[in-house]
Design a binder for this molecule. Structure first.
Ligand code: MN
Ligand code: MN
Length: 303
């Protein structure tokens, strides 16, 4: 039995919502990054609006490294008409040299290595199990739609520029797989089965019962995203639950925002959140999302 042919306009709309959802989760969560749930409750009650502030003293609607690295990767693929590893490494290095206000230590170290040595990957390292590669998976997922083997290969190539660890690798692939399934209008039950299969194969990531940790360790990050995505019923409900868990809240928010954005679609993105972002950013995210789909095997009609 073959699957029905994907409805490309719907895929494009869901892709836009994935990229925009990433930025919304980043901007929403950044206000409470590194806080505990108790500290968030004391300061905000329930944090449910994009207000800026936080430890980075952001302007309202400002996004951070999660969205920025994803954007720079997407621009590189746009310029190269597809995935090109050295172009991606150059883009991430260019981003670091542009003086971002925040860059994780593992990302910084990996990009310095690329700038100094020109190597496209570092050695496998126990310290590389952070979420910094998983949080920039949206453009990769969109540009490899229609080819699971290509998703896996490109996810790991992009990850190893800065993060070389099997837990990061497997998290990157699963984030990409969920974004792709959601873009193809899979049901919640299908997404759930994919996550349960992932956790069965990689037991470190088992997300029920939820342990309540939302740190930058990629296992904690994915457990938080999966627990709340699979136990809530809407984009806003999911993102509010995720970021109020605190910890690496901009990054859990960004990844959950991408998956939930693609799943619930553009109409589910709260208008008041979208209005908080700079209009040129919203326009670029949408255009690049469509461009990534057009570059993908699905978009080129070769699957
Ligand atoms: Mn960030
Ligand atoms: Mn973060």
């Amino acid at each position: 039995m073959s699957a029905p042919a994907p409805d490309l306009p719907d895929v494009r709309a869901r892709a836009r919502a994935a990229f925009l959802g990433l930025a919304l989760g980043d901007a929403l969560g950044a206000t409470v990054e590194f806080m505990t749930p108790g500290e968030i409750r004391a300061a905000h009650g329930v944090h449910r609006d994009i207000t800026g502030g936080g430890w980075l003293r952001l302007r309202r609607g400002q996004v951070t490294d999660d969205t920025e690295m994803s954007l720079w990767l997407a621009r590189a693929m746009d310029a190269a008409d597809g995935w090109e590893l050295r172009g991606a490494a150059d883009a991430l290095a260019g981003w670091l040299r542009s003086g971002p206000m925040d860059a994780g230590n593992t990302v910084r170290r990996g990009l310095r290595r690329y700038l100094v040595e020109g190597t496209l990957q570092g050695p496998e390292s126990a310290g590389d199990a952070g979420n910094g590669a998983a949080m920039r998976m949206v453009p990769i997922a969109l540009a490899t739609l229609g080819d699971e083997a290509l998703l896996r290969r490109v996810a790991i190539e992009q990850a190893w520029i800065t993060h070389h660890h099997p837990l990061s690798d497997t998290a990157c692939v699963h984030v990409g797989a969920l974004v792709q399934l959601a873009c193809l209008a899979a049901s919640k039950a299908q997404l759930r089965r994919a996550s349960e299969g992932f956790a069965a194969e990689h037991p470190a990531f088992a997300f029920e019962p939820y342990r309540g940790l939302a740190t930058g360790y990629v296992v904690d990050t994915l457990q938080t995203v999966l627990h709340f995505f699979h136990t809530t019923r809407g984009f806003e409900e999911c993102l509010v639950a995720v970021v109020n868990q605190g910890g690496d809240a901009d990054t859990t928010g960004a990844i959950a925002g991408a998956i939930a954005g693609a799943f619930y679609g553009e109409e589910a993105l709260p208008r008041r959140w979208v209005r908080a972002l700079a209009p040129p950013l919203v326009a670029e995210l949408g255009a690049l999302a469509e461009r990534m789909v057009a570059l993908s095997p699905l978009g080129r009609g070769v699957v």
